[in-house]
Design a protein around this ligand. Sequence first.
Ligand code: ADP
Ligand code: MG
Length: 283
Amino acid sequence: REVEVRYPEPRVLRLHLARVGGSQDADRARRVAVLSDITTERVQTEDRVESERIDSIVALAAGVAHELGNPLNSLTIHLQLIERRLKKMKEAREAAALGESLRICRDEVARLDGIISNFLGAIRPQPPDLAETDLGALVAEVLRVQHRELEDRRIAVEVETVPLPAVLADRNQVKQVIFNLTKNAMEAMQPGGSLRIRSRSDDDSVYLAFADTGAGIRAEDLGRLFQPYHTTKPGGNGLGLMIAQRIMRDHGGQVGIESKEGVGTVVTLQFPRRDRRARMLRG
Ligand code: ADP
Ligand code: MG
């Protein structure tokens, strides 16, 4: 039988009860109880089940995204045909109006194409291409891309990164993670909000924390954040955090989230230190 104890800390124990000695007399029978601590084993199984479930959903979504490629190609070709025909049209005014609609169609098709290739690029279960990486520089690169949007939303960004020990990371994948987190922070805040990005390290890990002054997360939603398609936004896809977690796990790291409704949210990325990782591999 497995028992869960909550005190002094939550643990899962396996209890074996065995009769010893030959006595058939119930009063005099002796029993041994063996308790083994199986907490780690249990946590690992739960983790594995969770990541297998995510893997299967991601595989499904990747299949759908891939299938969308063919009709999009066909749309592109036919739009080009229409464009060619249009150029030969006599009615100039009519042609101009149609040309404008056509341009919008082409832009939208290109946008869909972009969404799909970003999606596939982000979720493809590709092992990270690890290289020594300066996390501070990655943050700066992502913020440059988001500069306009941050300005439009009147969100102040404060970056306090200290010189960090090297981590091994896939630049593009980690940029994707940072992008997803800063985007979420922006979307959670009103104009005038502020995003603070800080880094630190200890003996084992390097941390990047993203603290926003946004709406925060309801306690009952905290457990669902990494589930694919969990979103509280009208136009959200609920994939950002799932992808972030997947990438961080592939890096041997983690994503931690703390939040207080009405106060803000802190999302922390934890990366294993390179020197530490090397020691682990050797040991
Ligand atoms: P999406 O952004 O498309 O909704 P995500 O996976 O990125 O999907 O986020 C899932 C949900 O987690 C969001 O809809 C939001 O409710 C919550 N969330 C994530 N980051 C934050 C944040 N910084 N502040 C408040 N809520 C957040
Ligand atoms: Mg998001």
